[in-house]
Write a protein that binds this ligand. Structure first.
Ligand SMILES: [Fe+2]
Length: 263
């Protein structure tokens, strides 16, 4: 089973860029083209939040248009640059989304069970699961203890050592780690939000963040206003492949020259 993870699209409307020279809609479309060109078609594509930038209906229309070009089933969770109601209306075909409340859900029927966590706190940059979210996670993991499971969410539940982003972290990461540590069948916990690839041990499993499809967040401290610096490093995606025994993750850039060449 191949699960492709893309994150932090920050799609905008034509003519407006999040940062100078970065056309996020074009970068998201380039990622979709790379997904379509994979030798092995993905079984599922997960999107770990921040579909759009300013949370405008026109941005969601553009994001929906780009995501619709993916042939595989697409499963998304909201980030801090998202709005649940707008997602529900712009991505009405995403019937797996709960009709009300937060976007916690499971995806059944694959060799790997997918478990989505909604960490969005309306109007805030940081994320929270809360008691309800933690209890939901524990209950879902408890009900199928023999199914290999991948958990995906926007805010990483671990310290990334990206100083500004850690200030905008999931507030109850340690509590989530305690839940995950009670279950041995969690293959991976994957997130986005920090716009960099980061890996850490977490509750007896491995947690990681995907790179963004747009601008990256710089290593090191931010500016005097408390904002991070950004960089123009290559965007990328993660390929999580389950072979029946292990989940292996590959990082693939979504821009640049990725055409295979004969030696
Ligand atoms: Fe983001």
């Amino acid at each position: 089973m191949l699960i492709v993870q893309i994150s932090d699209l920050h799609v905008t409307t034509p003519g407006r860029n999040v940062v100078p020279g970065v056309d996020t809609a074009a970068l998201a479309a380039a990622a979709v083209q790379r997904i379509r060109a994979l030798d092995e078609a993905p079984d599922a594509v997960i999107v770990t939040g921040d579909l759009v930038d300013e949370v405008l209906p026109a941005e969601y229309a553009e994001a929906a248009r780009i995501l619709a070009m993916i042939d595989a089933p697409v499963y998304l969770v909201p980030g801090n640059h998202d709005d649940r109601a707008m997602i529900r209306s712009a991505l009405a075909g995403h019937g797996y989304l709960p009709p009300e409340g937060r976007f916690h859900y499971t995806v059944e029927g694959y060799p790997v069970r997918l478990l989505a966590l909604d960490t969005l706190v309306d109007g805030q940059v940081h994320g929270t699961l809360g008691r309800d979210g933690l209890d939901w996670l524990d209950a879902r993991l408890s009900e199928q203890p023999d199914r290999p499971t991948l958990v995906f969410m926007h805010h990483p539940p671990f310290v990334t050592h990206l100083p500004v982003m850690d200030g905008w972290r999931l507030t109850d990461g340690p509590a989530m780690e305690a839940v995950v540590a009670r279950h041995r069948h969690v293959l991976r916990v994957v997130a986005g939000h920090v716009h960099r690839f980061v890996v850490a041990p977490f509750g007896g499993t491995i947690a990681m963040t995907a790179p963004p499809l747009c601008h990256a967040i710089a290593l090191g401290p931010g500016d005097e206003r408390g904002f991070p610096f950004y960089t123009l490093e290559s965007p990328g995606m993660l390929l999580h492949r389950w072979d029946g025994e292990r989940l292996t993750t590959q990082l693939a850039q979504t821009t640049g020259d990725w055409e295979p060449r004969r030696f």
